[in-house]
Write a protein that binds this ligand. Structure first.
Ligand SMILES: [Zn+2]
Length: 698
């Protein structure tokens, strides 16, 4: 009841919500004016901020936060179509404009993050008497902003503040250098092959790729590089063991003292100083270790919690992985001309064993997943679960003729959000799949005369994939992995579009902690593994026959093949990352390989050679982003499996449970602590059992 009253009030105050949120017009983007316009918009932002900090009035939500949110919305409305266009319809001119604009934007963000006046204003709002009466979402906006100010070192005394700034910029440079060394050291290595017999076992499509690479460099024959699409088929399929070993050695010693030019690219000392700098930054902000600082913005609340989480998974994973390794070793003794199992044998013989057990190729599934029926199935699943309606609509001024456009309405027929879909691979489009924001939900309270120019808008998303386009009469046919990708990105999309939070900085995926943001996306993937859901859309595109049950079961078994080994491999990375950052002591040299070896002794089942230098290429962690955060991959998997297990208890399409997920997770964005939202949905804190069961490990 309260909900419908609230939306009724909003509706009468914001007439624009009745119509359609203004969509961008891609045909009018003038590339040559982009940089100029970015500058002008950012200057507007500077004016807004100057007005706020120079005002004599006491700081309030209306005088400080609202104008900032308004500016963010206006800027994002202007910028998101440009950055989107750059990803999907790239031209050299656009790239140039885009790259010239990016530093302007990041400088502006740094400037705002270092603005003491703004920080003081925000602090006095938090300290004001009015704060207690703020709504949850308003409180989160203010608290997140203060948290980010705090993490930028702005509250420190001047001397320490300067030190913090200089250490941060050193860290950024060293992380970039780590990545650069890795890239250059990897690029420098190549293996030129003139005898095709050496490539025996590798699929023809990969061999053609090797040939093209050779031709590009003016060489005869074939060229193997350390790029993953080259490296993987060698490790997986090359019958020649010496070739596999050679590639493995080159790959696992990149940017180390064993690489081609260690003088130039050895990352050993960078690892030491990067971890050291992070530690000093954490200490300046009074965190005992960098792990505490990393968790300050995440769902997990203490290093102890993360360790116990990882160790709990390791207990189960290691036992299963040991058994799987025994099975693999038996298989090798039976099939191979040698009896030992080296790291360069693991992928190769695992693939052979998998084929023998399941005789199953992902290509067999394609005819059962024509794109149109998968899309219909995806929408049906979402409609059934969340009581919404998804309908296609014609859209003007999109960026390509293949683009589709849809609207989402709620059960009372009110528009909730809209989305573009751009699904086919084509030249000048970035690889991969993603969800991005086109318009953020922004529904500020409108008062009196302002209602006529109320800037309210509903969320709009971009959903982008790179599926094979239809050829002649044959529709676009997806692999099961493609289907998972589509469901995954749509999960992010629903998080963005079903949001009921009115302020963009905590609406949709904004303000959601890193280790919780993959919950809705991985959650939705679960329906691709349910026969009941597949029955809605998996049909042969010619015979219209449903997916045969035995094929479905093979597919499920293949998914869990060596699940224990897959799990402990991820745990090895996560534990190494977390322990390295947690046990660092100032003025003591970090024994990087010692930490890794002790982790491997506990969780790994592969016998690594002494010269393996995995840390030197662990770019996720030493190049940036995932420092003391690699665990979050598994964390999010646990959340999504545990959330889904409630549907296994109640029914795969249990409406009430679906609505509860919508109300407690999808609608709330980052407006409340992620753990509280999870508990509100699940009735308790997350547990690891569901994930382990799903992988067949329990
Ligand atoms: Zn994702």
């Amino acid at each position: 009841m309260a909900g419908s009253f609230r939306s009724l009030v909003k509706r009468s105050l914001c007439p624009i919500l009745e119509g359609v949120t203004m969509l961008p017009n891609f045909s009018t983007i003038q590339v040559e004016r982009i940089v100029e316009e970015v500058k002008a918009k950012l200057d507007e932002g500077r004016n807004t901020i100057n007005q706020i900090v120079s005002s004599q009035e006491p700081a309030s939500w209306e005088s400080v936060v609202l104008p900032l949110e308004q500016f963010d919305v206006a800027f994002s409305n202007f910028w998101s179509p440009i950055s989107h266009l750059w990803s999907v319809m790239n031209t050299p001119e656009l790239t140039e404009a885009f790259q010239n604009a990016l530093p302007l934007i990041s400088d502006f963000q740094t400037e705002v993050g270092q603005n003491r006046g703004l920080f003081k204003n925000m602090q006095s709002i938090k300290d004001s008497r009015e704060f207690a009466a703020f709504s949850c979402q308003q409180k989160s906006v203010v608290e997140n902003s203060l948290r980010d100010f705090y993490l930028s070192g702005i509250g420190l005394p001047e001397k320490e503040r300067q030190l913090f700034k200089s250490l941060s910029s050193q860290l950024a440079k060293q992380q970039a250098q780590f990545e650069q060394n890795l890239l250059e050291s990897g690029n420098a290595w190549q293996k030129h092959i003139t005898d095709k017999a050496l490539l025996k076992g590798i699929p023809e499509s990969s061999i053609q790729m090797f040939e093209a690479a050779a031709r590009q460099k003016g060489l005869e024959g074939w060229l193997i590089t350390l790029d993953f699409p080259f490296y993987l088929p060698v490790m997986k399929y090359a019958d020649n063991r010496a070739l596999r070993r050679e590639c493995y050695r080159a790959y696992s010693t990149r940017a180390s003292e064993y690489c081609l030019d260690p003088e130039k690219w050895d990352n050993s000392s960078l690892i030491q100083s990067i971890v050291g700098l992070r530690h000093r930054l954490a200490n300046l902000l009074s965190f005992p270790q960098y792990t505490h600082m990393s968790l300050y913005t995440k769902m997990a609340d203490s290093p102890e919690q993360v360790f116990s989480f990882l160790n709990q998974l390791a207990d189960v994973g290691k036992k299963a992985a040991d058994k799987e390794m025994d099975q693999l070793k038996r298989f090798i003794r039976e099939k191979a001309p040698h009896t030992d199992c080296q790291p360069w044998d693991v992928t190769y013989y695992s693939e052979k064993l998998k084929q023998e057990l399941y005789q199953f190729s992902s290509e067999e599934l394609r005819p059962f997943f024509p794109l149109n029926s998968v899309l219909n199935g995806l929408f049906k699943v979402a409609e059934k679960l969340f009581n919404i309606t998804i309908s296609e609509k014609k859209v003007e001024n999109a960026w390509h003729e293949d683009v589709l456009f849809y609207e989402i309405h709620n059960e009372s027929g009110q528009l909730q959000g809209q989305f573009y879909m751009d699904l086919f691979a084509r030249p000048k489009k970035r690889e991969g799949a993603w969800m991005d924001t086109c318009r953020e939900r922004f529904v500020p309270p409108c008062k009196g005369k302002d209602s006529a120019i109320c800037p309210a808008q509903l969320p709009v998303a971009f959903l982008v994939c790179n599926f094979p386009p239809p050829v002649g009469e044959t529709p676009s046919l997806l692999t099961h992995d493609d289907v998972l990708t589509l469901f995954h990105e749509f999960g992010h999309g629903l998080h963005h579009m079903l949001s009921q939070i009115d302020y963009p900085s905590v609406s949709g995926i904004n303000g959601v902690p890193w280790d919780a943001v993959e919950l809705p996306s991985q959650f939705l993937e679960n329906w691709c593994w349910q026969e009941e859901a597949l029955a809605l859309f998996a049909r042969h595109y010619q015979s219209k026959k449903p997916l045969p049950s035995d094929l479905f079961h093979k597919m499920k078994q293949a998914k869990n093949f060596q699940a224990g080994m897959q799990l402990v491999r991820q745990l090895e990375f996560a534990l190494f990352d977390f322990e390295t950052h947690h046990h660092y002591r100032e003025n003591t040299e970090l024994d990087v390989m010692g930490i890794l070896n002790s982790v491997r002794e506990r969780v790994s089942v592969v016998d690594y050679p002494e010269w393996n230098r995995f840390p030197h290429s662990f770019n996720h962690v030493f190049g940036g982003g995932y420092a003391a955060g690699y665990y979050s991959y598994k964390w999010a998997e646990v959340l999504s499996a545990d959330a889904f297990s409630l549907f296994l208890e109640k029914g795969v399409f249990h409406r009430e449970t679906g609505i509860s997920f919508k109300k407690n997770i999808l609608e709330k964005g980052g407006s409340e602590p992620a753990m509280d939202l999870f508990v509100a949905f699940r009735g308790r804190k997350p547990q690891t059992e569901a994930l382990l069961k799903d992988c067949g490990l329990l």
